[in-house]
Design a protein around this ligand. Structure first.
Ligand code: SF4
Length: 359
């Protein structure tokens, strides 16, 4: 409204919106404020250009591919202060933000080498997104192992990343082109009976909630209707999994719900997964974003890292007061924020279980 009635210059606050989607979830008349703001950002970028840091984060997929190829070197550089200062000056990535290390081998190459098992229960197209593909393929392998134990045939389709930064930074044309590419790959798989499953809440949010807005028509709706979060998808077989805790269960697990998961499952299936492995779990939350907001909290300066940590402080304090012995969340970026804010290990639920009989 402000942008259209009073002009773009009066709507600069639109850039503070981080596309968390929470306002749309609670709006009683279904006004899609995040998407309206994304369109204002698009006009703003056309009028004023794109900051360097935003261009860098929109190139995350290309960057991850290169970083993976030279993973030991890249990981070593990310730990060195001079390299981080250079990254801050040239790319606008805050030197204080912990960056996830890159893996030597991608999930795709490891799955190709290991092979997959034929299942009789159903077919799953596993959507890795950047984190499970390039940073933490072990996480993707654990998810695929569980899906196969439950009797699913699993493949990794030739998709690209889900592309949330294009939406957050007002490049809706690029977001739409990426959505079209992924939908062209996933549509035929859905027709063949595949469900699409991801461990990254933002990827599921994109497939289910954002792609249908970027690409009107039946294809996006069809794919969105078959997209599931990992824990949501395996719930129907949870009772058949001989899960055991791989950590001390004497204490309590504090669970953080990522913003994009609030719009999907509110984290309930992931918490039930942990409870099935004998953990006592409770949510620790402020009802809002942890502060990192995707890549927003990786940007340098006040409108980035500083603001993200200020927003997160209320949640950090709740965790400090909670007395929780372990902290868990599903989102790769919330993990970074909680680790940086609390100085403690943050676990993915899949890293907290083992199978009965396994070592
Ligand atoms: S930051 Fe989240 S709650 Fe605020 S306007 Fe943007 S999408 Fe809505």
């Amino acid at each position: 409204w402000t942008a259209n009635v009073h002009g773009l210059e009066e709507a600069a606050f639109a850039n503070l919106c981080v596309s968390c989607g929470l306002c749309h979830e609670i709006c009683p008349v279904d006004i899609d404020i995040p998407f309206m703001i994304a369109k204002v950002k698009e006009q703003d970028v056309e009028a004023h250009g794109q900051p360097t840091a935003e261009r860098f984060f929109m190139a995350s997929e290309a960057f991850a591919k290169v970083a993976c190829l030279v993973a030991p070197l890249a990981n070593g550089l990310f730990r060195r202060a001079p390299a981080r200062i250079l990254m801050e000056w040239t790319l606008g990535v805050d030197r204080r933000r912990t960056l996830p290390p890159f893996a030597r081998r991608t999930l795709r190459s490891r799955v190709n080498a290991r092979g997959t098992k034929a299942g009789r229960v159903g077919k799953v197209a596993f959507f890795p997104d950047l984190y499970a593909e390039y940073n933490n393929p072990d996480l993707g392998l654990k998810a695929i192992d569980i899906l196969e134990r439950l009797g699913y045939s699993v493949l990794i389709p030739d998709v690209r990343w889900s592309g949330m930064p294009y939406v957050s930074y007002g490049q809706l044309g690029k977001a739409s082109a990426l959505a079209a590419f992924n939908l062209r790959v996933l549509g035929p798989l859905v027709d063949e009976g595949y469900d699409i499953v991801s461990t990254e809440p933002t990827a599921v949010y994109m497939l289910r909630k954002v792609y249908p807005k970027l690409r009107e028509g039946e294809l996006a709706k069809k794919v969105g209707a078959h997209a599931y979060g990992f824990f949501e998808f395996i719930e129907r077989g949870l009772a058949n999994l001989p899960l055991r805790p791989s950590r001390d269960v004497a204490g309590v697990v504090g669970f953080h719900i990522p913003c994009h998961d609030r719009a999907l499952t509110s984290g309930a299936p992931a918490m039930r997964f942990l409870e099935r492995a004998s953990y006592r779990v409770r949510t620790v939350e402020t009802g809002t974003c942890c502060g990192i907001a995707g890549t927003f909290g990786m940007k340098s300066g006040w409108l980035g890292y500083d603001l993200s940590m200020a927003v997160g402080e209320k949640l950090f304090e709740q965790f400090r007061q909670s007395g929780c012995d372990l902290i868990a969340t599903e989102s790769s970026v919330c993990t970074l924020q909680l680790r940086d804010g609390l100085g403690r290990a943050i676990l993915h639920p899949l890293d907290m279980v083992r199978f009965e009989g396994a070592g």
